[in-house]
Design a binder for this molecule. Structure first.
Ligand SMILES: [Zn+2]
Length: 60
């Protein structure tokens, strides 16, 4: 599960793999992930080896 910040809801939400809508490798070490919050708002997240673990928490 991931804790990400939804700008539409204005709060951090806890999401699991079923709320992943797309995963795209932009370049080696950089992955663009799109998730949907429980209310259906799209949440884009950059992650991957180059971005680092803080990408998941810096938006919260
Ligand atoms: Zn939301």
């Amino acid at each position: 599960m991931w804790r990400v910040y939804c700008t539409d809801c204005g709060e951090a939400v806890l999401l699991d793999c079923s709320q992943l809508t797309s995963v795209v490798n932009l370049e080696p070490g950089v992955i663009a992930v799109e998730m949907r919050c429980t209310r259906g708002h799209p949440i884009p997240v950059l992650t991957g080896h180059t971005i680092g673990e803080q990408a998941w928490t810096q938006r919260s």
